[in-house]
Design a binder for this molecule. Structure first.
Ligand code: NOJ
Length: 586
């Protein structure tokens, strides 16, 4: 329910270089967004047809997951040509049309930049693998077998590192008798950033897209581009098959140097307003301060992973319940750590994570209310919020019945590995159902017609069967929908400077149900309080609770409290934002 605000219209995204502080980004995963030609796969024409929908929601930036030519081994994160468009998604002309439509509505478009690796079908790799003397041999990581062993034999891999997609990170290549490194699938060989020609080729490609008019990049696993060239073995966990190589390729020795060079070569001196966000699994807060310090010229913000690993054990498949106090401790630490320098990006989910409402909320009885609560919390933190397609509808995880229902290489490989290792199929499937990436990749639910209105053909992955109830047409028609709440949150960020620029103080860090904090800018203060549970809760331990007696209720996800109701008592999954003026300097 939107109660309204008395605030004056502020300047909006300003001309200054940090315009993205008051912006909201919407992520599109093209395969699953909207299909314009009936082949069952989302495409650029489909996205262009929905640009008005995005403008109505009010987002400022669209981030496109990869649309480049690709064998689609990892759904487009395996690129075989950087300066073109995958025919399944359309053409460069379709891309230009989309870019024009996005710009025409005052929004910006950010591309996915996947340069830790290419596809093994990229001409650079085809050339590199053609002979040990190839001029591009050194563009990738080629190594002989472990000393004293024969290439291709078990255990002869140059290091013991395990890949993100199961098995070793090394693939033996018969033709030249050496192995190449691939942190992800064997069809995603890692580029060798030690080689200056590789770096210059990447920067030239980035400039080409900027010249075409795009407004920045989301940089895929960019903190893995610098590796320890000694390639030491990694620690093998008890019972594990492979070693953990991540200390030797995450945040490697030359990472800051590469990012600064990229910034100089690509962005420095260029007219315009850009956004760069580095995806950085395993990035620490201390490192994030360096990456995002504007004075260092690296990236504007990073995607960190701490809060999306709190419900996981040693691997992402060891799932356990999330403790609210852990979530507050983690996000609160990042808020404090990037308060004076750097900047946060804020997200609950993306194309690699389960659906937010299924993971952090209640996707049953309280689906709508808990989805709004999650949006409220996220958008009121200090940082740039990212909305993943369908999140604004409260889309949920999918009811995958059997392994045949999954499409993602990560899930399929993990299942095969786990079964081979003797795990019970129902146990493996249970983990895939909650953490599998396909949860986020089912088609966007546009309306109640066949396949959720995503395609007139057969979708590459079926729509979630709950689409007759959960869909954009229904949400737009219902003023109490998750969609309208997200729109109000985005609008609030644009209108109320304290949302983007205010400081952040966490309250009640030990409370097991309530997530509450204060934002403050000048003489304006906001109190955000949310009951992250299915039981009623009272937030009367909030410091100076009485000060909020006469404050203005800006936004809530539940019926407005009765005047007789104590101000600080909250229904299950209720979230409220209060606003008040305070004496400056207090
Ligand atoms: C991170 C991307 O978000 C994910 O989808 C992909 O599989 C890996 N990087 C490899 O590119």
């Amino acid at each position: 329910m939107i109660i309204g605000s008395e605030t004056p219209a502020p300047e909006g995204p300003t001309a200054d270089r940090q315009w993205w502080k008051s912006a909201v980004v919407y992520q599109i995963y093209p395969r699953s967004f909207a299909d314009s030609n009936g082949d069952g796969i989302g495409d650029l024409g489909g996205i262009t047809s929905k640009v008005d929908y995005l403008a109505e929601l009010g987002v400022d930036v669209v981030w496109l997951s990869p649309v480049y030519p690709s064998p689609q081994d990892d759904a487009g994160y395996d690129i075989s040509e950087y300066q073109d468009v995958e025919p399944v998604f359309g053409s460069l002309a379709d891309f230009d049309a989309l870019l024009g439509a996005v710009h025409g509505r005052g929004m910006k478009l950010v591309m996915d930049l996947v340069v830790n690796h290419t596809s093994d079908e990229h001409p650079w790799f085809v050339e590199s693998r053609s002979s040990a003397d190839s001029p591009k041999r050194d563009w990738y990581w080629w190594r002989p077998a472990r000393a004293g062993m024969r290439g291709g034999d078990p255990g002869a891999e140059p290091t013991n590192w395990g890949s993100f997609f199961s098995g070793p990170v090394w693939q033996y290549d018969e033709a030249t008798g050496e192995y190449y490194l691939h942190l992800f699938s064997r069809k995603q060989p890692d580029l060798n950033w030690e080689n200056p020609e590789v770096r210059q080729a990447v920067y030239a490609m980035m400039r080409w897209w900027l010249d075409r008019g795009v407004d920045g990049f989301r940089m895929d696993v960019i903190n893995m581009i610098s590796k320890d060239t000694g390639l030491p073995d990694g620690h093998v966990m008890h019972g594990g098959l492979w070693g953990d190589g991540s200390p030797h390729y995450i945040g490697g020795p030359r990472l800051h140097e590469y990012l600064q060079e990229m910034h100089r070569e690509v962005f420095a001196g260029r007219q315009g307003q850009f956004l760069t966000v580095g995806e950085m699994p395993g990035c620490t807060l201390e490192e994030a301060r360096l990456f995002t310090d504007p004075a260092r010229g690296e990236v504007d913000m990073v995607f960190q992973f701490e809060h999306v690993q709190l419900d996981q054990g040693p691997t992402k498949w060891d799932v356990h319940p999330l403790r609210l106090v852990d979530l507050k401790a983690s996000l609160g630490r990042w808020q404090a750590g990037l308060a004076d320098v750097g900047w946060n990006s804020l997200y609950w989910n993306n194309h690699d994570q389960p659906r937010a409402v299924s993971r952090f909320g209640d996707d049953g009885e309280y689906r709508v209310r808990s989805a709004k609560l999650l949006g409220t919390l996220l958008h009121l933190h200090r940082g740039t919020p990212y909305v993943y397609q369908g999140e604004e509808l409260g889309m949920t995880n999918a009811p995958f019945a059997a392994i045949g229902d999954f499409r993602d290489i990560e899930s399929i490989n993990h299942y095969a590995d786990a079964i081979r290792a003797g795990q019970a199929s129902n146990v493996v499937l249970a983990a895939l159902r909650v953490m599998g990436r396909d949860n986020a990749r089912t088609p966007v639910q546009w309306d109640g017609s066949a396949h959720a209105g995503f395609t007139t053909g057969e979708p590459w992955i079926p729509a979630n069967p709950n689409y007759p109830e959960i869909n954009a047409a229904a949400a737009l028609a219902d003023p109490d929908s998750v969609w309208h709440h997200y729109r109000a949150l985005i609008d609030l960020r644009h209108r109320e400077p304290v949302v983007a620029h205010g400081d952040f103080t966490m309250l009640l860090p030990e409370h097991e149900q309530i997530y509450a904090f204060i934002r403050r800018l000048g003489d304006v203060e906001l109190l955000v309080m949310a009951n992250v549970s299915g039981r009623a809760a009272v937030a009367d331990q909030i410091p100076y609770a009485g000060h909020w007696e006469n404050s203005q209720l800006l936004l809530t996800n539940a019926p407005a409290p009765e005047p007789s109701q104590p101000r600080l008592s909250l229904h299950p999954w209720e979230a409220r934002i209060y606003r008040r003026r305070v004496a400056p300097g207090r």
